[in-house]
Write a protein that binds this ligand. Structure first.
Ligand code: PLP
Length: 382
């Protein structure tokens, strides 16, 4: 039996104005949003077929092509988070029985395996310990053995902090006549990446990590070769919401209604991408690298060890080993409660073993690095 007084307490809380602490989000995402993105998002919505909104969509497509360095016609934002765009890549090109080879070296590789299986793929995997990358020879051997229709890899493994080198993969996939699918969720906008130069056929990302926008509108791109596979399907795409043969009619010249676009998120994504273009990709990549190096140096001065070898370390996400005898969860809790700084713990195999620190998009700034290092020093040593 709920007492009248607790009921009225709850009512008071529920109807109070939203009041959340000003967190500094230095975990694996979401990251803090650039103030200009928040301002853009408060623009009153227009209709999703209004010519002025269709122009905004065109601008998003062009800005995305720049951010991803691609000329792919089918470059859009999927309504949903990164996982929706991830599912869109597989849903559109996988047909039952297709051999899909997934390189698993962390949590998100496993998610690709799960999703591909749900679309009836004959999934084969190669694996690496969490914190390592695949080399080209290992991938070549696996392509030779499995002869897949699709090779799927995670560029920036947010669960481990490694950056998978992409050099040579495109040529290899061409040679073995398979599509190259790459998860760029934690690399777009922060890590050097060129879809066309790398010969990537399918890629997806999110809005809340390297782009510094709230979650919910997720970049997706598909090459002409991947579209050929979509067009020659024997079976319809099993996912109606993410079917590119339908969505491309809304994003393309036909402008056919599919679902109502999340209008204000598009305003935010456009502004976030405009910030990328204003800064310039090279400069933005360099900024992420410089601030990550500042973090790594500071961590070393605190006697903390990074989990990943420096040459394969992501500038957007660093995994730090929790020292023996230290309660990692308690430290992260103190950072949150006493300093308003969010960092995360490890996932899967690395659960309880590492902290994960993100410096993504708007958050990749020296003042955030210094703020975190000072707070970490206090909670660890004082
Ligand atoms: C965050 C993340 C995803 C999932 O994105 P959501 O926006 O959380 O759905 C997928 N892959 C990688 C590598 C990620 O870091």
């Amino acid at each position: 039996m709920i007492s009248t007084s607790s009921k009225s307490d709850r009512f008071r809380r529920q109807t109070a104005q939203l009041d959340l602490p000003p967190r500094v989000l230095l975990g694996p995402g979401p990251a803090n949003v650039h103030p200009r993105v928040l301002t853009a998002m408060s623009t009153p919505p227009v209709g999703h077929l209004d010519p002025t909104f269709l122009a905004v969509m065109d601008e998003i497509q062009d800005l995305l092509r720049y951010a991803w360095q691609t000329e792919n016609e089918l470059t859009i934002a999927v309504s949903g988070t990164g996982s929706a765009a991830m599912e869109a890549t597989l849903a559109n090109v996988v047909e039952p029985e297709d051999v899909v080879l997934v390189g698993v070296k962390g949590y998100f590789g496993n998610r690709l395996v799960d999703m591909a299986s749900r679309y009836g793929a004959d999934v084969r995997t190669i694996s690496k310990p969490w914190g390592q990358v695949f080399d080209l020879a290992e991938i070549k051997t696996a392509l030779e053995t499995h002869r897949p229709k699709i090779l799927a890899l995670v560029h920036a493994e947010t669960s481990t902090g490694v950056k998978q080198p992409l050099e040579g993969l495109g040529e290899l996939c061409q040679q073995y006549d398979c599509l190259l699918l790459v998860d760029t969720v934690t690399s777009l906008g922060g890590v050097p990446l060129s879809i066309d130069q790398s010969g990537i056929d399918l890629a997806y990302s999110c809005s809340q990590k390297g782009l510094g926008c709230p979650p919910g509108a997720s970049p997706f791109t598909m090459s002409a070769k991947a579209i050929d596979k979509l067009n020659s399907r024997r079976t319809p795409v099993a996912n109606w919401y993410l079917d590119m043969s339908l969505l491309s009619k809304y994003w393309g010249s036909e402008r056919v209604y599919h679902h109502t676009a999340p209008i204000n998120l598009y305003y935010g994504l456009r502004e976030a991408l405009r910030l990328v273009a204003e800064e310039g990709l090279e400069k933005r990549w360099q900024r992420h690298q410089t601030n990550a190096e500042l973090l790594w140096q500071g961590l070393a001065e605190l006697n903390l060890v990074c989990h990943v070898e420096q040459q394969y370390r992501l500038p957007t996400l660093t995994t730090v080993r929790i020292p023996d005898g230290v309660d990692g969860k308690a430290i992260a809790g103190k950072l949150l409660n006493e300093y308003n700084i969010e960092i995360a713990g490890g996932l899967g195999e690395l659960g309880g073993k590492v902290w994960r620190i993100g410096l993504m998009g708007y958050n990749s700034r020296p003042e955030n690095v210094i703020l975190l290092l000072n707070a970490l020093k206090q909670v660890l040593y004082f």
